[in-house]
Design a protein around this ligand. Structure first.
Ligand code: TUI
Length: 309
């Protein structure tokens, strides 16, 4: 059996991305019920909001699910307490190094799977006691690193012993088969689940992804040191214009504050931030999480059995 599926007690090697605002209890439970690992995205939300999601997810599924902790959240300490209080079995982390929290999490036998964008960080996380790592390439949506999944996954597989989860640019069975070929034991999928029936993202957000073409998921914030991949719209163009004018980074960052909520919840796809991976051009419909996962696993088997060399 797949080593990571065994550790996480899941049927399929698919972990859902911990997308802020989008990765709610409904989405996490749907992914877990379909045999993957659903994840509640804590994002920048305060603990009381995240607690309600955890309670709701427990009502919606008997299967394991996890919480994603965004390490630059002002509420990160409270979220870690919450994870312990509610006996959450596994967490993924993003946008930083969870090393400081490792002893308290390990003491409770909570599995920790940090997202890393580089070889150096992967090695450090293994040393710190991570149970697996999510290697996220620059194809991913949201806050990203520089290197592509294709080059980062094998380089990290070569230097760590813990299971590797490939992320960024994976949307179907071809991507899953490719990830296995690169040495990964599982995949993390984000954008595809945004366009699911169970995702609470506004219809305008889902439609924007469905209508996006290959070059529409662009990167803002490279010059400010906070690169974010999102769909090209008025907000993205305004930000890039300010960057080109060498505007004060604070002013550029200000444009982004509250913009994800604006797009996900209010459906403002002009001035809101439509975070999305490069796979947007490959998503053409809205399906249930169950259908997404079943189709992906069927295609993975087909792709692998058709390989000739
Ligand atoms: O975290 C993500 N993706 C995200 S977080 C997010 S919320 C946000 N909203 C507005 C602006 C910025 C963020 C949206 N998307 N992915 C995981 C990820 N982690 N990508 C890169 C990293 C990362 C970066 C640095 C992980 C560790 C790290 O360590 C630095 C260090 O040395 O501590």
């Amino acid at each position: 059996m797949n080593r990571l599926c065994e550790i996480l007690n899941i049927k399929y090697p698919i972990i859902q991305g911990g997308m802020a605002w989008i990765a709610t209890a409904e989405l996490a439970a749907a992914v877990s019920n379909a045999g993957g690992l659903g994840i509640i995205g804590a994002g920048n939300a305060p603990a009381d909001i995240v607690e309600k999601e955890i309670i709701k997810a427990k009502e919606l599924t008997n299967k394991p699910f996890g919480v994603n902790v965004m390490l630059i959240s002002p509420f990160v300490d409270d979220i870690m307490e919450l994870i312990i209080k509610h006996d959450i079995k596994v967490i993924t982390t993003g946008a930083g190094n969870p090393g400081k929290y490792m002893p308290m999490l390990k003491e409770k036998d909570i599995k920790v799977i940090p997202v890393v964008p580089s070889v150096a960080l992967a090695k450090r996380m293994q040393k710190n006691g991570a149970d697996a790592i999510i290697v996220e390439g620059t194809e991913a949506g949201g806050h990203i690193g520089e290197l592509s999944t294709m080059v980062l996954v094998p380089q990290i597989c070569d230097v760590v012993d813990i299971p590797v989860v490939a992320a960024g640019g994976i949307v179907d069975g071809r991507g899953i088969a490719a990830s296995f070929a690169l040495g990964a034991q599982a995949v993390q999928i984000g954008t595809r689940f945004v366009c699911s029936t169970e995702s609470i993202a506004h219809d305008n957000y889902k439609e924007a992804i469905i209508n996006a073409k290959d070059r529409d998921a662009i990167v803002t914030g490279r010059s400010t040191g906070h690169p974010v991949r999102l769909l090209k719209n008025k907000l993205a163009k305004d930000m890039i214009k300010l960057e080109k004018q060498n505007e004060d980074p604070k002013k550029i960052e200000e444009l982004g504050v509250g913009s994800l909520r604006k797009a996900v919840i209010e459906g403002d796809v002009k001035d809101g931030s439509i975070m999305s991976g490069q796979v947007a051009g490959m998503i053409n419909d809205i399906k249930s999480c169950e259908e997404i996962i079943t189709d992906m696993m069927n295609m993975t088997k087909e792709v692998i059995s058709n390989l000739k060399f």
